[in-house]
Design a protein around this ligand. Structure first.
Ligand SMILES: [Zn+2]
Length: 72
């Protein structure tokens, strides 16, 4: 729903990086294609997210808050 503030496994703060990640992905999608795995890896490297526990938090997140808000 909302990106968790910290990584469940290691406790690193990841919520502040999520917006930057989405911005970079949307820049690639604006070119009319999906980002390749290598591009996703490059984004994580640039953001300084090195551990795969933190990467899976962002990669696997589905942002549903705007879908659910009208029903609360
Ligand atoms: Zn982690």
């Amino acid at each position: 729903m909302i990106i968790p503030v910290r990584c469940f496994s290691c406790g690193r703060v990841i919520a502040s990086d999520y917006g930057r990640y989405i911005k970079r992905v949307n820049e690639i999608k604006a070119e009319g294609r999906e980002p390749s795995p290598e591009e996703i890896e490059k984004i994580f490297d640039d953001l300084g997210i090195e551990r795969y526990c933190c990467r899976r938090m962002i990669v696997s997140h589905v942002d549903l808050i705007n879908e659910i808000m009208p029903f609360s």
